[in-house]
Design a protein. Structure first.
Lengths: 247, 252, 275
């Protein structure tokens, strides 16, 4: 009953968004903002095309590498700072400051070092994603109730057993939350890099379409990205909730 | 300062010192990164000369406007949503997914609609910040202890008096968290937009400096942004902690 | 005593009161209270005890005007109570209702400031109330810096300064440890003697009720009705030392006789109530 209510609510929001889109279109005209229907028609033709596929693949590859880096580096830093209390205490405010800093400010440095290459975009994407992963992993480890560790010792569990059977399940929900936010921000970083200075990728498609005044193409790509991000987030959120209920 | 504070300061000093050393010695190409000391010098010179003042004022002005709109409108929308539980339930999935979508993909759409002016930049700042304020408002109002509403009725207070004298102060710490986030996100939204495409502003000037190979100018302005962003966020953080302490709330 | 004189003595009354919580999307309607009658004599100390969920708090809130009864009438000082909390009624709640953003002093002064009382009078009453509750040295502190018991005293001070004629206490010491509760009981008695107010105390602690009250109403499991009203007969000048009197044991014994079966009912034990 609750699930259908939620689905109905989501449907209502989508309908409201579409209506708002249509209304805005009436207001500013087709050259500025095409209506939903023509945009979706364009999307249906454009997405299967080769040009779209090329750029989508470029973004996907870049995103994949960036995500690997975000998760790998983020988890490592998070685990270390979670276990080693002093490093955690020293490093946490630094990480938080970096988190709130608009990392776009550092983009020119990345460009100078890497040029317009794939490595640059990957690095920029990873820069965005690594921080929430690290911070939430660290927090998850620090928040393990001490009574769990005491119980493990009274049960004579070995170090590895403790990590695998107690610490890992206990920290999993919060770590997954970090991975979810990391996913979102890494995607954002990659797209920003593509929008600012790149020859390929969905971000650059949007900018090019804007410069050529092709509003339909611009919106189509935006809609595709919106759908991808929303669905991926919903999936990760669902996983997170399932984990929370187990704990 | 605590022992941890000293260690942190030492770590930062060593990091900056290393960077300085590597640049000077040539391990890092000076065409890529200039030594931090020269960044600072370039910044001071730039501020004294006043060449970038117009852009600085413009960008920070836009950030302030965007933050203000986000805080006020965000609070109003949050308060209204809180008072209408069915509406809130419908909007929950929207709020949950909002920050999952890279909003900047819609920035070019706004440029096409409003032209290449300050308006799309303000809109992006607001779009980035407002939902954080709404969510914080909802959280804050949720956490007003229910007994306070009863106390209000015992003292025979009207609806508006209850809202202003009891609910608002009770929710204040969480609202302030929203303000903190709104300022931070407005900053990010405005700067990122100016980088992508803008007629003027700090982001534009920095990206121009990059294309013109004017590293000194670029790094000077980057340093300025980093310093301002860090100082503002730290100030808000400290105020937040102080207030929370007085109220006996543990803040992460 | 003639009826007229008896009526003049009645400070507040519930007559045939029932309270049914209406159905919501998730729950059926809940018959929480009544039908129930209660007459509070002016200046008496009346306690209500009963198993959890029996409707004690509902009774207090109906009497205070915080809730409307589904049936029956509520009167205070001869006038009907309808939807608003009447002037002269003070309530101390179970939860911590101290305002964390104000000092102890400002918390106590809160009600007075709103009623346009003169500043000098406010200062006098607040200082007086804080002194009476032993909070004078904590006046500039914030509630977050105080213990649970002290925060409740702040709430009591806030009620005191308004000089209420009827004071309703909803399990005010529920969150405190046993020793603190006994001492707070002494505080309430001092309060009662000093103000001359009528007091209604809701509590689940039989010993607390037996020690503090002139009369005790024992409530049944939900829907709550009075099974018995026990008259204690204690002198007005009493304190926690009466727990050593033999009468004390009799009173608590009688209360438990009434309530044992009801408590089991509310815990869901069937078939064990007999014997």
């Amino acid at each position: 009953m609750i699930a259908t209510r939620r689905a109905a609510d989501t449907a209502i929001i989508l309908i409201v968004l579409l209506l708002a889109w249509q209304a805005l279109h009436q207001l500013v005209g087709a050259t500025a903002l095409p209506a939903p229907v023509p945009t979706l028609a364009y999307l249906a033709k454009f997405v299967p095309s080769e040009r779209f596929a090329e750029n989508a693949w470029a973004t996907l590859v870049c995103f994949f590498y960036a995500l690997l880096l975000s998760y790998g580096i983020g988890l490592s830093i998070g685990v270390w700072m979670g276990i080693h209390r002093l490093s955690g205490a020293v490093g946490e405010p630094i990480l938080i400051s970096l988190y709130t800093l608009p990392k776009v400010t550092l983009y020119p440095v990345v460009l100078l070092i890497f040029g317009l290459s794939l490595s640059g975009r990957v690095t920029f994407g990873a820069m965005h994603g690594v921080l929430p992963v690290a911070l939430l992993t660290m927090s998850a480890i620090r928040n393990i109730p001490p009574v769990y560790l005491k119980s493990a010792r009274t049960l004579h569990l070995s170090g590895w057993q403790t990590i695998l059977t107690v610490l890992f399940p206990a920290t999993l929900p919060e770590i997954v939350a970090g991975l979810r936010i990391g996913f979102t921000l890494t995607l954002l970083g990659v797209l920003l890099a593509e929008m600012f200075a790149a020859k390929q990728g969905l971000g650059s498609l949007i900018i090019n379409a804007m410069q050529l005044m092709q509003a339909e193409e611009m919106l189509s790509v935006a809609v595709v990205l919106f759908a991808f991000a929303a669905l991926a987030n919903a999936l990760l959120l669902w996983i997170e909730h399932r984990l929370h209920r187990r704990v | 300062m605590t022992r941890v504070g000293w260690i942190r300061l030492a770590v930062l000093a060593i990091a900056i010192g290393l960077l300085e050393l590597c640049c000077r010695v040539g391990l890092i190409d000076q065409r890529v990164v200039i030594p931090p000391s020269e960044m600072a010098v370039a910044l001071v010179r730039l501020l004294i000369s006043g060449d970038a003042n117009e852009q600085i004022v413009r960008t920070f002005g836009i950030v302030i406007v965007a933050a203000l709109i986000s805080v006020v409108a965000g609070f109003a929308l949050g308060a209204v949503t809180h008072a209408l539980p069915r509406v809130r339930q419908s909007l929950d999935p929207f709020f949950a997914t909002y920050y999952a979508v890279p909003i900047f993909i819609f920035y070019p759409v706004m440029i096409v609609i409003f032209g290449l002016s300050a308006i799309p930049i303000v809109l992006m700042g607001v779009a980035t910040a407002i939902v954080a304020m709404i969510i914080a408002t909802l959280n804050g109002l949720d956490r007003v202890p229910r007994v306070l509403a009863k106390v209000a009725r015992v003292h025979r207070m009207g609806t508006i008096a209850t809202a202003l004298r009891l609910k608002l102060p009770a929710a204040a710490p969480h609202l302030f968290t929203g303000v903190k986030l709104a300022v931070s996100y407005a900053f990010i939204g405005v700067i990122a937009s100016e980088f992508i495409l803008a007629p003027a502003g700090l982001g534009r000037v920095i990206s121009d400096a990059y294309t013109d190979f004017n590293n000194r100018q670029m790094y000077a302005l980057m340093l300025l942004l980093i310093i301002v962003a860090t100082v503002v966020n730290m100030l808000l953080y400290v105020v937040d902690q102080r207030w929370a302490e007085r109220r006996g709330i543990a803040k992460p | 005593m003639t009826t007229a004189a008896a009526d003049a003595d009645i400070h507040a009354a519930l007559s045939g009161v029932t309270r049914v919580y209406p159905a919501t999307a998730a729950t059926p309607p809940v018959h929480a209270l009544g039908p129930l009658d209660l007459e509070l004599k002016r200046g008496e100390f009346f306690a209500v005890v009963g198993p959890s969920g029996c409707g004690k708090s509902t009774l207090l809130e109906v009497l205070a005007g915080l809730q409307q009864p589904s049936a029956g009438t509520v009167t205070f000082e001869g006038r009907a109570v309808a939807g608003k909390v009447p002037d002269g009624v003070g309530v101390v709640f179970q939860e911590d209702a101290s305002f964390p953003w104000m000092t102890v002093w400002d918390n106590a002064a809160f009600g007075l400031r709103r009623n346009g009382v003169a500043a000098a009078e406010i200062r006098r009453r607040v200082d007086d109330a804080l002194a009476f509750m032993g909070l004078t040295e904590f006046a500039p502190a914030y509630p977050a810096q105080l213990s649970g018991g002290m925060r409740q005293r702040v709430c009591i001070s806030r009620t005191l300064v308004l000089q209420p004629r009827l004071i309703l206490l909803d399990e005010p010491f529920g969150a405190l440890d046993a020793q603190t509760r006994l001492l707070m009981g002494d505080e309430v008695l001092r309060l009662w003697r000093r103000t001359g107010a009528t007091i209604l105390l809701i509590t689940h602690a039989l010993d607390e009720a037996a020690m503090l009250s002139d009369r005790i109403g024992a409530m049944s499991a939900r829907p709550g009705r009075f099974l018995d009203v026990v008259v204690t007969g204690w002198p007005r000048e009493r304190d926690s030392k009466i727990v050593s009197e033999p009468q004390f044991g009799e009173i608590t014994g009688r209360l438990w006789d009434n309530l044992r079966g009801e408590s089991m009912k509310s815990l869901g034990h069937r078939g064990m109530a007999a014997g």
